[in-house]
Write a protein that binds this ligand. Structure first.
Ligand code: ADP
Ligand code: MG
Length: 728
């Protein structure tokens, strides 16, 4: 074993788990570091509290005076929690989160200082953020973007810093972050859904999109990570031979959580609870050292913030436990990758989950309306939804040999398939009273309130109805959920608007009753969007063929998939709904392509370096030992040395062959990179990286992994898969 590897493994196996006290009552600490209802009531004047409530509920503006009052109260509260600094916390298009800390402290002359934080500092800041990606919206020499307070997501204290969730926009108003378009999409779906809800209940005034994400991740000891330059640089292993044992025994899934991991989880959950993230579930996942954490769902904007915050603090807490968290979708070849299922639904301010069947036929007609409109939206915009989850790292799941496939389809379960079948038979035009009664009582009325047992069985579906919500499973574990949530809510908003128009048209122009009109429109929707429904095995080759016949897209790579974001219809859709104007959509497209290119480029450089500077020299060293051995045997045995050196000679030859392959493939990859780097057009460049550079990774890896099997374990420099995945 090489020295580095030896010490890494020794260090990691010597680690004890840090005992974490779990005696705190969860309900008592929950949200205690969040400027929530309770603390607002305590620290704000009645007027200030009322203005923040009204901003949250009705979207009204907060005036200057109130902002000053809120700032003062917020500061006092934060200081009581130990905060010394504040920051505008935002989610730039890099995917992570960003913050720039400023102290409350302000000198007032004569050697004195006070703690100061005013409304203007709360509401708006101008970070010098010229190097965040902006896709040409913001001229860098101007470098003017500003962050603006989002009062719908509460401020919180982390460590000694008051963090204020904000949007990040250019001075010209274009969004430079993930949150801004999400907030616009949520507003669009709110309005469109309220309009449709009014067919069923005039009291509905607001509809919230809800999101419950499930975060999967790997934990690897930090000493082991340090011994793997590929994980350090790219977040995944670029090579490594499969271990004798992988996940075939299924002995990790839902097994007992290893002690050290459990200590990390307890610590993490404690922090989450303080920050108001309602974590609920923790368990082992399928692959060794893979885990999942899920909170109780929340309003989508808040849930997105919580997920971004969680990913931040997971890194910080992992450090305390000498772990590295891997969010990459495929850190290890041959074992399962990680996703981030996005459970999504819509619910009203009257307390109704619109995707949950109820007790009455009327409630169920409302359920079916939203259910079928979602199906229609996903069918019409399936390519856009695929684009919403496209990234270099997620390409290793979607479209590779991993769940779910790159083809978007919806699973709804047998019961609802039957219901849709019946609704498809509804008569064209006005319905007879008998037919309506029959429909309401025996079709719509018969939908059981609890569908949970009938659904959620098909784990291969990228978009599954799970009884009272849809579960978008194609989202990658490293993604910011804002992107898929923006697109999903936008397409559903658009669909609901179209639906309203069509129903109103039938009511006004064809003199139909409301129910007749609704039945007529949903019947047509069922017919039109049938092709997106699929109950079978999403991994199978037959499905690929069948999906092609159904004209469903199968965009396996990010450059291919992203194109849907700038199709004429997508640009118009986002613009029409006020989610993103043309410039914003195009800028994002460019940013995502560039990010793809950079990621693949870094992987290529890292792999080339490891192959040439770690693997080949090690192989040569071992080969020299063998050569010396053979020469020695020749000295002893003379011409008959062959009889004693067969294995050695074979390995010597084999090593030379692998080295020569590695050499030529790495050279080829470097040349392809040079060609790609000279391309100016972002799209063409990404395609070149995707089709010319990236395919060589597997070939280089193949030969490196062969060498891993040939070379003396003592010499091998890289921590092996069995050690990365099974060291406890
Ligand atoms: P599981 O999928 O693990 O069997 P559940 O089906 O109960 O468990 O829920 C999965 C996730 O869906 C949880 O994170 C939960 O918070 C979320 N969820 C439940 N109801 C909703 C809803 N109405 N909207 C959004 N997410 C929801
Ligand atoms: Mg799930």
């Amino acid at each position: 074993m090489s020295t580095l590897r030896f010490y890494a493994i020794k260090e990691s196996t010597n680690r004890k788990s840090v005992e974490i006290d779990e005696k705190d009552r969860k309900s008592l600490i929950f949200g205690s570091n969040v400027f929530n209802e309770l603390s607002m009531r305590q620290y704000l004047s009645k007027e200030a509290y009322a203005s923040i409530k009204s901003a949250n509920e009705k979207g009204t503006k907060i005036d200057r005076m109130s902002a000053d009052h809120i700032a003062t109260g917020m500061k006092e509260w934060a200081i009581s929690k130990g905060a010394t600094h504040y920051t505008h916390w935002f989610q730039p298009l890099t995917g992570g989160t960003a913050e720039k800390h400023d102290a409350f402290f302000e000198p007032i002359g004569e050697g004195l200082a006070i703690e100061k934080f005013e409304g203007s500092q709360l509401v708006q800041q101008e970070p010098d953020a010229s190097s965040f990606p902006h896709g040409g919206i913001r001229n860098t020499f101007e470098a003017r973007g500003y962050t603006a307070w989002d009062p719908t997501s509460p401020a919180f204290v982390f460590g000694t810093t008051l963090c204020i969730p904000t949007v990040f926009v250019a001075y010209t108003g274009e969004a430079l972050d993930y949150k801004t378009p999400l907030l616009r999409a949520l507003q669009a779906v709110d309005q469109a859904a309220v309009d449709v809800c009014r067919y069923f209940d005039k009291n509905v005034k607001k509809v919230n999109a809800s999101l419950g994400w499930e975060q999967e991740y790997f934990l690897v000891d930090s000493a082991l990570v340090t011994s793997r330059p590929d994980i350090v640089m790219t977040g995944r292993t670029l090579l490594g031979h499969a271990p004798a044992k992988g996940q075939q025994l299924d002995d990790h899934y839902f097994g007992s959580i290893p002690n050290r991991a459990l200590a990390f989880m307890r610590d993490l959950e404690h922090e989450c609870l303080l920050l108001g993230i309602p974590v609920k579930t923790r368990h082992n996942e399928v692959a060794p050292n893979q885990f999942e954490l899920a909170p109780i769902y929340a309003e989508a904007n808040l849930a997105v913030d919580h997920n971004s915050l969680l990913m931040d603090i997971m890194h910080k807490i992992a450090e305390r436990h000498h772990f590295r968290v891997l969010f990459h979708e495929k850190p290890f070849a041959g074992v399962n990758g990680s996703g981030k299922h996005n459970n999504w639904s819509l619910s009203t301010d009257t307390g109704v989950n619109l995707l949950s069947p109820g007790k009455t036929p009327m409630r169920n007609l409302q359920f079916l309306t939203f259910f079928i409109n979602t199906i229609k939206a996903v069918h019409q915009y399936e390519e856009l939804l695929r684009a919403a989850v496209a990234s270099a790292s997620n390409d290793h799941r979607l479209g590779a040999n991993e769940a779910p496939p790159a083809i978007i389809s919806i699973f709804i379960g047998a019961q609802l398939t039957d219901v849709l079948g019946e609704l498809e038979q509804v008569t064209d035009g006005k319905l007879s009273p008998e037919e309506k009664t029959e429909l309401k009582l025996n079709v719509v009325g018969k939908i059981p309130e609890i569908l949970l047992d009938n659904t959620d069985r098909n784990r291969t579906s990228p978009f599954a109805f799970t009884g009272n919500k849809f579960e978008f499973r194609a989202v990658g574990s490293s993604a910011n959920c804002a992107n898929p949530m923006t697109i999903l809510n936008t397409i559903v908003a658009k669909q609901l608007m179209d639906f309203k128009k069509e129903v109103d048209h039938l009511i006004d122009k064809k003199d139909m009753k409301k129910d007749d009109a609704i039945f007529n429109v949903i019947r047509e929707y069922i017919k039109e969007s049938k092709n997106i429904l699929f109950e079978g095995n999403g991994y199978s080759a037959e499905w690929e063929k069948e999906a092609k016949k159904r004209k469903l897209s199968n965009n396996k790579t990010t450059p291919q998939a992203l194109k849907a974001k700038i199709s004429k219809s997508a640009l118009k859709l986002f613009d029409d709904l006020g989610v993103m104007n043309f410039k914003e959509s195009e800028a994002r497209y460019e940013i995502e392509l560039e990010e793809y290119t950079k990621k693949v480029q870094i992987e290529g450089r890292t792999l080339g370096d490891i192959a040439r500077n770690h693997i080949v020299p090690t192989a040569v060293k071992y080969q020299n030992t063998l050569i010396e051995n053979v020469q020695g045997l020749k000295e002893i045995f003379g011409q008959s040395f062959h009889n004693y050196a067969e294995e050695q000679l074979n390995i010597i030859k084999d090593i030379s062959e692998q080295i020569s392959q590695i050499n030529s493939k790495v050279t080829e990859m470097i040349n392809e990179r040079k060609i790609a780097n000279n391309i100016d057009d972002a799209e063409k460049k990404a395609v070149a990286y995707c089709t010319k550079v990236k395919p060589l990774f597997d070939e280089i890896r193949y030969h490196c992994d062969k060498l891993e099997l040939l070379v003396d374990d003592e010499l091998w420099p890289l921590t092996k898969y069995r050690e990365l995945l099974f060291t406890r």
